[in-house]
Design a protein around this ligand. Structure first.
Ligand SMILES: NC(=O)c1ccc[n+]([C@@H]2O[C@H](COP(=O)([O-])OP(=O)(O)OC[C@H]3O[C@@H](n4cnc5c(N)ncnc54)[C@H](OP(=O)(O)O)[C@@H]3O)[C@@H](O)[C@H]2O)c1
Length: 304
């Protein structure tokens, strides 16, 4: 108990904790402010009508959701399976994937779901996933294309770890993995007979990056590993900023081809679930709850 308390106090005294407490709160307020002023003055808001998935006899729309075993990903999997998508769940744990598949099937026995074990922090695993996915589409006699890719998996790791390829684990999971997966699956998305879509789940925290340095060392996360304390808050902000920049560039490049693809960034509001990794649970909880400024604004994962 004393050890946990010491760790919690050390965490609460760290720069990353105060960065989260101060900068992330300000970023959250700015996001809310912009959202509400846009609603009120709605000049800059472009709204898109909600469309039904393009189901026909020749096409069952297929969507891939990464990080589908919990939180926002699981909520999206439930919602999209109800809409008639063939939902492909991606996660690292076969046990958790089976659990969510059973839950979806229990709620809707006609739901189409398939799960793949993939570690987004490993190039090898992503490459294997691409081949297995193509084989599975062939075996199931589904149209060899994808209609929706949701890059949702993400972590907030409070201790330093590296991926099998030597990148920072958080950068690997939140940015490098989704980047590689999207690039590899792009041919399948382009082959879709109906407009396809890529959704990258980002965060309001990118607003806290003031001194962006877009170079290899930052993208690999190695720039940040030199400091004494693991600067997890900064790394998380950077990973989400890079995902946004990638979305803009991909949207621009696809737009130049004049094809009906769509790349969206969706930033979640603070949701009532955890996505931190590698942290002593009690210390993280202590740290967060001792500064629960976000509390009143937290929403459910379905809403998120
Ligand atoms: N919750 C919030 O308040 C909030 C706010 C802003 C943005 N976001 C963003 O929203 C997304 C979802 O957040 P959440 O709160 O729903 O998270 P969560 O409940 O912790 O779920 C994270 C998911 O990512 C998966 N995952 C983690 N590392 C992975 C890896 N290397 N390979 C494959 N899958 C991996 C996990 O699956 P396994 O552990 O089973 O592998 C899990 O399904 C994240 O990108 C997060 O950054 C969340």
């Amino acid at each position: 108990m004393i050890k946990e308390l010491k760790e919690a106090l050390r965490f609460a005294a760290s720069i990353s904790f105060w960065r989260m407490a101060v900068f992330w709160t300000i970023s959250l307020f700015i996001s809310y402010f912009q959202l509400h002023t846009n609603w009120i003055f709605s000049r800059r808001l472009q709204s898109y009508p909600r469309c039904r998935p393009p189901i026909s006899e020749s096409l069952t729309p297929v969507c891939i959701i990464t990080g589908a075993t919990s939180g926002l990903g699981a909520a999206a999997a439930h919602a999209l399976s109800r809409e008639g998508f063939f939902v492909v769940l991606v996660g690292r744990s076969s046990h958790l994937l089976s659990k969510i598949m059973t839950e979806i099937k229990t709620q809707n026995k006609d739901a189409h779901v398939k799960a793949f074990v993939v570690d987004l922090a490993s190039f090898q695993s992503i490459l294997e996933f691409k081949s297995s996915l193509q084989q599975w589409l062939l075996d199931c006699k589904l149209h060899c294309s994808l209609q929706l890719l949701i890059n949702n998996a993400g972590i907030l790791a409070t201790s330093s770890r590296t991926t099998p390829e030597g990148y920072d684990q958080m950068m690997g999971t939140n940015y490098i993995g989704p980047f590689c997966l999207t690039k590899l699956l792009l041919p399948l998305l382009k082959r879709s007979p109906v407009p396809s879509r890529i959704v990258n789940v980002t965060s309001f925290t990118h607003r806290s990056v003031f001194d962006v340095q877009v170079d290899k060392e930052s993208v690999y996360g190695t720039r940040f590993l030199r400091s004494e304390q693991y600067p997890f808050a900064r790394l998380y902000e950077y990973s989400k900023l890079f995902l946004i920049l990638f979305s803009y560039e991909l949207h621009r490049q696809l737009g130049l081809m004049d094809q009906p693809y769509h790349v969206s960034c969706c930033g979640s509001w603070k949701c009532k679930n955890q996505y931190h990794e590698g942290s002593p649970f009690v210390s993280f909880e202590f740290g967060i709850s001792s500064f629960e400024v976000f509390g009143p604004f937290a929403v459910t994962k379905e809403w998120g």
